[in-house]
Design a protein around this ligand. Structure first.
Ligand code: PMP
Length: 406
């Protein structure tokens, strides 16, 4: 079956919006994706028909909301092929998921002198938690290099590996360079040295089919709002034994077995990591979004986006006034660049006047953007609703911006 882009676009009401009399060309899905109507409807329906706190009451509504909430965990299980739904913790976002690993796993199991390896291509969410840990307990943070074209060579990780390394934490897809990291091989190298592996799947789960058992990562994290779901919900997958070895991140209601004035016994995973009333409406919205993606087919989505990557590589990165920032062979739908002699902010402003939404800045990856030689870059990123017409509009918009300045 061919990819029905028109039908898919009709599922996203915001894409019909005209801004300044022009069709919205939304090229900022890496920051946050638009929502299909079914997700908005599901959330509305849950508030109107199935709303009561979860895991609490023995009455009908609480049981049905609990059932729907827990069913979302089963959907996530299917989406990234998890062994058991208990290995999935709902969090606020990927940032919180990584912070939980830093606080509840690494802070407990690592000691002074132990090493953590990340790459040069990290979002701040996969850098700052380890810096804090370094300053707190004296772990050593090592950074594996990316190549000038944005690609990542496994040797760059291998050269840093030793028995001292306890955790390797890397992105599935870089949110600036678009590089698809060889995550399966990264996990294999980590495991050869007895280290655990965390994959930041924020930009991976959106664009590629994910199978955590095949990747063999110990942790996989992603954010709901980037996978066409609501804000305020994220996922932390952990292997069972690893999650069980972790202490709670927060304590309070709904994460305990028994409490006295003296002490508490904590619940099993995943409840142990979901203190307080969870964002269950958001989790249900996320479940609906993941079902939506699976109905289209992750293979289909990925094929469509990779075709678009080839097209953008030719049309956008082919422009003689564009300097690509990240043009690795294995690349997902994220295109960062600078336009010769024109400040990225000026580019974004002129594109915005043409109803083309791109992002400029360091994209929460300041050290990486500096390493690539810039303070700030323009970024155009795709979603499952993006098409060649969006790339054409961008190219036309850039031509216009350029004629304005040159
Ligand atoms: N990692 C990557 C690769 C990302 O792209 C992002 C979001 N830009 C994050 C982590 C953090 O996601 P969130 O802000 O949803 O926690």
């Amino acid at each position: 079956m061919s990819y029905d882009l028109d039908k898919i676009r009709s599922d996203f009401p915001i894409l019909n919006k005209e801004i300044r009399g022009k069709r919205l060309v939304f090229l900022d899905s890496a920051a946050s994706a638009q929502k299909p109507l079914c997700v908005v409807d599901k959330i509305r329906d849950m508030y109107l028909n199935d709303y009561a706190n979860v895991h609490r009451g023995l009455y009908y509504l609480s049981e049905s909301s609990t059932y729907i909430y827990e069913n979302s965990r089963k959907i996530v299980k299917k989406f990234i092929n998890v062994e058991h739904e208990d290995n999935i913790v709902f969090t606020r976002n990927a940032t919180e998921s990584i912070n939980i690993v830093a606080y509840s796993y690494a802070r407990v199991h690592l000691a002074k002198g132990d090493e953590i390896i990340i790459s040069e291509a990290e979002h701040h969410a996969n850098l700052l938690p380890w810096q804090v840990l370094r300053d707190e307990i004296g772990i050593v943070l090592k950074i594996a290099k990316v190549e000038d074209d944005g690609s990542f060579e496994l040797d760059s990780l291998r050269s840093l590996m030793s028995e001292k390394v306890k955790l390797v934490s890397m992105p599935h897809v870089s949110n600036v360079l678009g590089t698809i990291f060889p995550v399966k091989e990264i996990c294999k190298v980590a495991h050869e040295y007895g280290a655990k592996a965390l994959i930041d799947g924020c930009q991976g789960a959106v664009h590629l089919p994910v199978d955590v058992q095949d990747i063999d990562c110990d942790f996989y994290v992603f954010s709901g709002h980037k996978t066409y779901g609501p804000t305020g919900i994220g996922v932390l997958y952990g292997k069972k034994g690893v999650l069980e070895s972790m202490v709670p991140y927060q304590v309070g209601g709904d994460m305990v077995k028994k409490v006295t004035y003296e002490k508490a016994t904590y619940a099993d995973v995943p409840s142990r990591f979901e203190a307080g009333t969870p964002a269950f409406i958001q989790a249900v919205g996320l479940g609906e979004a993941l079902e939506y993606m699976m109905n289209i087919g992750m293979g289909e989505i990925s094929k469509h986006e990779l075709e678009l990557v080839d097209y953008a590589r030719e049309k956008l990165y082919g422009l003689d006034y564009i300097i690509p920032v990240g043009n690795a062979k294995d690349k997902g739908g994220v295109f960062s660049f600078v336009v010769k002699d024109i400040h990225p902010q000026d580019i974004a402003t002129i594109l915005d006047q043409q109803s083309i939404a791109v992002r400029t800045g360091h994209h929460c990856a300041e050290p990486l953007v500096h390493r690539m030689g810039y303070e700030t870059v323009v970024r155009a990123s795709f979603g499952l609703y993006s098409g060649k017409d969006d790339v054409d509009a961008l190219v036309k918009g850039l031509d216009k911006a350029r004629s304005f300045f040159i």
